[in-house]
Design a protein around this ligand. Structure first.
Ligand SMILES: [Zn+2]
Length: 327
């Protein structure tokens, strides 16, 4: 097997205990991308890769998958992987220092300057976990060591790879990233029941998470809610533009659908984020959807939002997702 085949073989066959190995493979592949192809081509040497560089990337992956979606990364929710515990602590520190609980992409969070000492601690703890749990285990597949992938002395701060191997990763990075994301998604399917897992995994490949403007839904919601009543507290929304609220949390669905959107006071909306709705709310949303659909038809509306609403009512989507999001 050449290097690329070995690398893909490890990714496709690594064990399902947790997602450490996929994050490790992804970080090393990303690092390979940063080298100049020309300098790798002309080098007969091995290249040193610092565990610190790997750790910083791994931290970012788990940070984003956790702060946006709170994904489970192993089979036992009562005993989360060390890396997830490290990240959860960093998120709490970040939220304390920045004064916001809004999910944010790593590069915009600016954690290194907002809480530098907590960040350094998290990096060091990640390095330690990678040393003991991932660095050499990564090379073992089904009890056998895959040889000549990289050289790593136990407990060392760096590993060594041939320039050729890094070049192979760089030149085939799209295939490698697809394989990694696919394996990562497969693993998460074992411990997470929320929809759109492959999209959630790929959040770490996106420059930004565009939360689309919900403004276009206003005209639909108004059809049923002409008096602009807040879905959360039941009183009228006056002297302010209504906020548009996801009844089943966005972090669970990762999608904006008219059947899940309602008007709310700005203040009611911001105080409830990511809370699983009560059964009463789900019943009211079901009723609302039936009425909304009826009125849309009466008004002769025929677009994709109407057909999505029809599908949601027909297949009882609200209740199904509500049951599922309780885990
Ligand atoms: Zn309200």
């Amino acid at each position: 097997m050449n290097f690329l085949d070995k690398w893909l073989y490890i990714i496709r066959n690594c064990s399902f205990d947790n997602t450490y190995k996929t994050s490790w493979a992804k970080a090393i592949t990303e690092i390979a991308l940063e080298f100049e192809a020309e300098s790798l081509r002309n080098s007969a040497d091995t290249v040193e890769i610092q565990l610190r560089d790997i750790a910083k990337r791994v931290l970012r992956y788990y940070f984003e998958q956790t702060i946006f979606f709170d994904l489970q990364q192993s089979s036992n929710p009562l005993k989360p992987p060390v890396l997830v515990t490290i990240v959860k602590k960093l998120i709490v520190d970040y939220q304390k220092h920045s004064g916001t609980v809004k999910p944010v992409k790593w590069f915009r969070a600016n954690i290194e300057s907002i809480c530098p000492s907590e960040y350094q601690k998290a990096v060091n703890a990640t390095i330690k976990a990678l040393k003991t749990d991932v660095s050499y285990r990564f090379l073992r597949v089904e009890g056998k060591e895959v040889e000549e992938v990289y050289h790593y002395e136990q407990k060392a701060d760096s590993l060594f790879m041939s320039a050729d191997s890094l070049l192979a990763l760089k030149e085939n990075s799209l295939i490698v990233f697809d394989a990694i994301n696919y394996r990562w998604t497969q693993m998460l399917e074992n411990f997470n029941h929320s929809p759109r897992l492959s999209k959630k995994v790929r959040i770490i490949d996106e420059d930004q998470v565009r939360r689309k403007s919900l403004g276009k839904f206003s005209s639909y919601l108004q059809i049923e809610n002409t008096d602009c009543i807040c879905f959360l507290c039941g009183t009228r929304i006056e002297n302010e533009a209504p906020a548009i609220d996801h009844v089943i949390p966005w972090s669970y669905l990762y999608s904006d659908d008219v059947w899940n959107l309602v008007f709310a006071h700005q203040s009611c909306n911001s105080s409830k984020s990511n809370v699983i709705p009560s059964e009463n709310m789900i019943e009211r949303l079901d009723e609302r959807n039936k009425t909304l659909l009826q009125r849309m038809k009466e008004q002769g509306k025929l677009d994709k939002h109407v057909s999505e609403l029809q599908l949601a009512v027909d297949s009882n989507l609200v209740r199904k997702f509500w049951i599922a999001c309780q885990g």
